[in-house]
Design a protein around this ligand. Structure first.
Ligand code: A3P
Length: 287
């Protein structure tokens, strides 16, 4: 794998040049993590934007102002991206920070800190579908080709942040102990209020029932889709073309059924199962 016009290669992972640079990765590596930082970690297209909406609301007592006035990339910056250095000083503690990096590449101060991590995972079949449509609309990503061709790239790690299976396994690290909460996209689709309560409890925070209702309502797909601060409509059309696909596209679990043939699905799952063998990670998405 080599860097090209669109991507730079960092420890064998493709990162889009639009948002990553040598400087941003330097900043990432030297970043001083604080004990009260809260990290949202995800493989791309697993519900990151959703978490960038939920977590700040839980950390600030349910005040909607920040999510209605600050774009998600500045509200909860990606630590590896160029914006991090610009906005980090403006964040008040506890800071919510997001990363797509695998565990072993986190900055050294992360490992000695007590910072908490909310890891959101999603059915890989829906991740690949969401990613496929993202590649169709984002001019800073390569053309996905056919869905079958894109699956091949996905399963060989020729996509942003490498293989889904490697990412999942890297963050299932026993060293993290109770610093990490694993939550799934599907769980949130099924019971958003319940999922939010689980995160709230993990963060050791409380919200009144009214505030919890307000946050849950605000974070529903139909409402978030219209939040200009989170739906990427602030990004110029030539970078993200909403005529081709929306960033907040369908917001459902199971859209893979509209994209995979039975043969393609069987092959996809066989590879995933083989690579996840012995990881102790069980999937409940298709049950
Ligand atoms: P789809 O393309 O399947 O619609 P990420 O933020 O990690 O890039 O993930 C984007 C995916 O999360 C998109 O999936 C997007 O629609 C979905 N998403 C974002 N906010 C959501 C919400 N409030 N409810 C359900 N899905 C949401």
């Amino acid at each position: 794998m080599e860097s090209n016009d669109l991507y730079l290669v960092y420890h064998g992972l493709f990162l889009p040049k639009l948002a990553h640079s040598e400087n941003s990765l330097n900043y990432f590596e030297k970043f001083v993590v604080q004990d009260d930082d809260v990290f949202i970690v995800s493989y791309p297209k697993s519900g990151t934007t959703w978490m960038q909406e939920i977590i700040p609301l839980l950390l600030n007592g349910g005040d909607l102002t920040p999510v209605q006035t600050i774009p998600n990339w500045d509200r909860v910056p990606w630590l590896e991206e160029t914006r991090a250095a610009v906005v980090m000083d403006k964040l008040s503690s506890p800071r919510a920070i997001v990363s797509h990096m695998p565990y072993h590449l986190m900055p050294s101060t992360f490992f000695s800190s007590k910072a908490k991590v909310v890891y959101i995972a999603r059915n890989p079949k829906d991740v690949v579908v969401s990613s496929f449509h993202f590649h169709r609309m984002a001019s800073f990503l390569d053309d996905p080709g056919t869905f079958e061709e894109f699956i091949n790239k996905f399963q060989t790690g020729q996509v942003l942040f490498g293989k889904w299976t490697d990412h999942m396994k890297s963050w299932k690290n026993p060293d993290l102990g109770d610093r990490i909460l694993y939550i799934t996209y599907e769980e949130l689709v099924q019971d958003l209020r319940g999922g939010i309560k689980r995160i709230l409890c993990f963060l050791g925070r409380k919200l009144s029932e009214d505030a919890l209702d307000r946050v849950t309502e605000h974070c529903q797909f139909k409402n978030m889709k219209h939040n200009k601060m989170s739906n990427y409509s602030l990004v110029p059309q030539e970078i993200m073309d909403s005529n081709k696909s929306s960033f907040l596209r369908k917001g459902i679990a199971g859209d893979w059924k509209n994209h995979f043939s039975p043969e393609l699905e069987a092959k996809f799952i066989a590879t995933i199962n083989e690579e996840m063998k012995g990881s102790g990670i069980r999937f409940s998405w298709d049950e």
